[in-house]
Design a protein around this ligand. Structure first.
Ligand code: SAM
Ligand code: SF4
Length: 353
């Protein structure tokens, strides 16, 4: 099949995938999905070393010259909102609070029209100090990652003594009105798999909204083992033994979490069965790495370089078109259960979780 001339500016460095992409300004793919949710990684660096994410010695961080500057990043975010129909932006990493310019980036994103919804996924370190500035800059909500209610286990899992900082960060975010603070938890076999109930109790008591995430094959060490993974089903079984869980009743849509009302409400809990209950069919995400590569999926094995195009003098229209091509090539699913599944070259911390 030949590609159609859409009357759009010529693109560089990409062959339009087959079948030809229709003339639609949005980030559509061949399977009927439209990406409106952009995940932006602000850095691949981190101040924790969660065992399921990266090795103790850290990783070879991306050299500064390869990272998008704040201005470059804001330009790409602007194209995403103005030209490509992105409505929500989540900043992540690595640890996004390690990026000095995050407040300025948030403020620039908040000034866009239509104004995108702005959220953040953070490990919570430094949040106590920065929550107000983030909220003032335009942040709407955030997720803080916490895998245990026990200090000793926190240190085992993250290899750092920062438990109190994380708790203080969560409390500060809530106090400043970044409500509800959502908590991301990964349960690991033999490490914290007995904490589904205590974690939910802790979150209900504090007014935080807990969501469990199945461990995915995205660790830098390639140590993920399907047989060892704590499944969504196991987590729900443990919770149902202690709490009354009623399905929340909302459409799951592109939202990965299946949510339950806890003991009649108002508290809810979510379980993200990324591996055993994939939501790829409704995925509405597009991803931008800190070094300016577009990924159409966490598990994609290819990336599309926007940084080179941008630094080479590409126009907004050209960049938008290359981004559209990248999304048109999105596969129907993550393929974790396929016999030929290969983990992406980059770990989650470098893609942006
Ligand atoms: N550093 C920030 C944090 O921890 O919240 C943001 C980046 S981190 C990669 C984003 C989320 O991905 C965290 O909630 C973390 O627990 C989760 N995560 C990391 N590696 C994972 C894996 N292999 N499977 C599932 N979730 C993972
Ligand atoms: Fe850092 Fe987040 Fe990975 Fe933990 S999960 S090492 S906090 S990027």
């Amino acid at each position: 099949m030949t590609s159609t001339n859409l009357g759009l500016p010529a693109t560089r460095g990409s062959t339009p995938p087959d079948p030809a992409r229709p003339a639609n300004p949005a980030l559509i793919d061949k399977y009927g999905r439209t990406a409106t949710d952009l995940r932006v990684s602000l850095t691949d660096r981190c101040n924790l070393r969660c065992t399921y994410c990266m090795p103790e010695e850290g990783l070879d961080w991306t050299p500064r010259a390869e990272l998008l500057s704040d201005d470059e990043l804001v330009r790409l975010v602007t194209i995403a909102v103005h030209d490509l129909g992105v409505q929500e932006i989540r900043f992540t990493g690595g640890e996004p609070l390690l990026r000095r310019g995050i407040e300025d980036i948030l403020a620039a994103a908040a000034a866009l029209r239509p104004r995108p919804d702005l959220s953040l996924t953070t490990n919570g370190i430094g949040l106590a100090r920065r929550a107000k500035g983030l909220a003032d800059a335009g942040l709407n909500r955030l997720n803080v990652s916490l895998d245990t209610t026990r200090r000793d286990r926190f240190e085992t899992i993250t290899r750092r003594e920062r438990f109190d900082d994380v708790l203080a960060g969560m409390a500060a975010a809530q106090a400043i009105g970044l409500d509800p603070v959502k908590v991301n938890t990964v349960l690991l076999r033999g490490v914290n798999d007995d904490e589904a109930v205590p974690l939910l109790r802790f979150c209900v008591e504090h007014g935080y909204e807990l969501r469990f995430i199945e461990q995915m094959p995205l660790d830098a060490q390639h140590a993920w083992d399907r047989g060892e993974m704590v499944t969504a089903e196991e987590i729900l079984k443990a919770l149902k033994a202690e709490f009354e869980l009623e399905p929340h009743g909302e459409e799951r849509g592109g939202a990965p979490a299946e949510r339950w009302v806890v003991d009649g409400g108002p508290a809810t809990v979510g379980v993200i069965g990324s591996v055993t209950r994939p939501f790829c069919g409704a995925c509405d995400r597009t991803r931008l790495t800190a070094d300016g590569q577009v990924r159409n999926c966490l598990f994609a094995r290819t990336e599309t370089d926007l940084r080179g195009l941008l630094r080479g003098g590409g126009t907004d229209a050209e960049i938008a078109d290359v981004w559209r091509d990248a999304m048109w090539g999105k596969l129907p699913g993550h393929g974790i259960d396929d016999p030929g599944f290969l983990q992406p070259d980059r770990p989650m911390s470098a893609i942006g979780g």
